[in-house]
Write a new protein. Structure first.
Length: 322
């Protein structure tokens, strides 16, 4: 397979991001775009995929377009049915997170990946140079064991969700934590290989229908302490992610990887290459590259998110596995 014929289902902000990446990749050819708001699909087609056919029904796209793969960028509650429909056509799928809206559906999709076409999740931080570099440094063992993890996430998110599916708890369970925050929960697992044991959390909807601000303290396997906060009504975007190891602190700030020793801070010079989920997906299809974000990574993120929400709702410590 030299050029991959791709259909994009969901032409909102995230669908446009995927289209922008695919447009400049010689491996990709966007041949179909779909959105129930046809004007959104038409706008994406005009601006980013001139040769694509426009659909307003995913079933029609899957039935009529000549495709090699699909990218699903729709609300979470639609992912399960659309992934299954693409698989029925024998098509590999790159799906936005979260993978599905219930644990049972996630488990089913994970189980079915053993015998069905490729399914990869669009957790882009798994491809960022900074997080790939920290993962390499942590897993090398040269800085000793991880002793604590701290993370801060702030975004002007609440101010943008009025009238959208993101303010509907039936479609976007967990609010800011379940949406943008899921990337950072995934990074806890990606960078450390550890699992949560217990968590205590507080959450505030700030007058919305979904969670906007969530803070948590948790314990990971091996007694590693974790503290995270997700501020979805900030006035700027900011992410910090710190790994405190026996012999150094490793952290990301302003999309740069740093190392701290003896009160001295310096950039990590030898960084891993930058990529994104779309390039990685195309490499999987054309070159047989490994799947860095397989379906099974969705389950620990879902379970941890639900434990955090349960703790915030009940005001109690929630124990998971030990």
């Amino acid at each position: 397979m030299n050029t991959v014929r791709i259909g994009i289902i969901g032409c909102g902000q995230i669908g446009r991001l995927h289209a922008e990446r695919l447009r400049v990749d010689p491996q990709a050819n966007i041949v179909a775009v779909c959105d129930p708001t046809r004007a959104s699909a038409e706008r994406l087609q005009i601006e980013l995929a001139r040769n694509a056919t426009v659909f307003d029904d995913p079933t029609a796209l899957l039935k009529n377009a000549e495709l090699d793969a699909v990218i699903i960028c729709t609300p979470t509650s639609l992912h399960y049915e659309q992934v299954c429909a693409a698989w029925e056509r024998g098509l590999p799928v790159l799906c936005e997170k979260p993978l599905a809206d219930t644990r049972e559906r996630i488990v089913e999709l994970v189980d079915r990946t053993q015998n069905l076409p490729l399914l990869s999740l669009a957790y882009q931080r798994r491809y960022w140079s900074t997080f790939r570099t920290l993962r390499r440094e942590v897993l090398s063992g040269k800085w000793g064991r991880v002793r604590a993890v701290t993370a801060h996430t702030a975004e002007r998110w609440q101010q943008t969700i009025a009238g959208t599916w993101r303010d509907d708890p039936a479609i976007n369970p967990g609010g800011f934590l379940g949406d943008a925050g899921s990337h950072k929960l995934d990074m806890v697992f990606f960078l450390t290989g550890l699992q949560p044991v217990e968590v205590f959390a507080h959450s505030d909807r700030r007058g919305c229908r979904v969670e906007i601000a969530t803070t948590l303290t948790a314990r990971l396997t091996g007694g590693v302490e974790l503290s995270m906060n997700f501020i979805g009504d900030a006035h700027h975007w900011r992410e910090d992610f710190h790994l405190h190891c026996d012999d150094a602190d490793l952290y990301i700030r302003e999309r740069t990887a740093w190392i701290c020793r003896n009160n001295q801070i310096e950039k990590i010079a030898d960084t891993e290459p930058e990529s994104n989920p779309d390039v990685a997906f195309l490499d999987m299809l054309t070159r047989g590259a490994p799947n860095t974000a397989p379906a099974e990574i969705a389950l620990p993120v879902w379970d941890f998110t639900q434990a955090i929400l349960e703790s915030a709702r009940t005001g109690t410590l929630v124990r998971m596995t030990d």
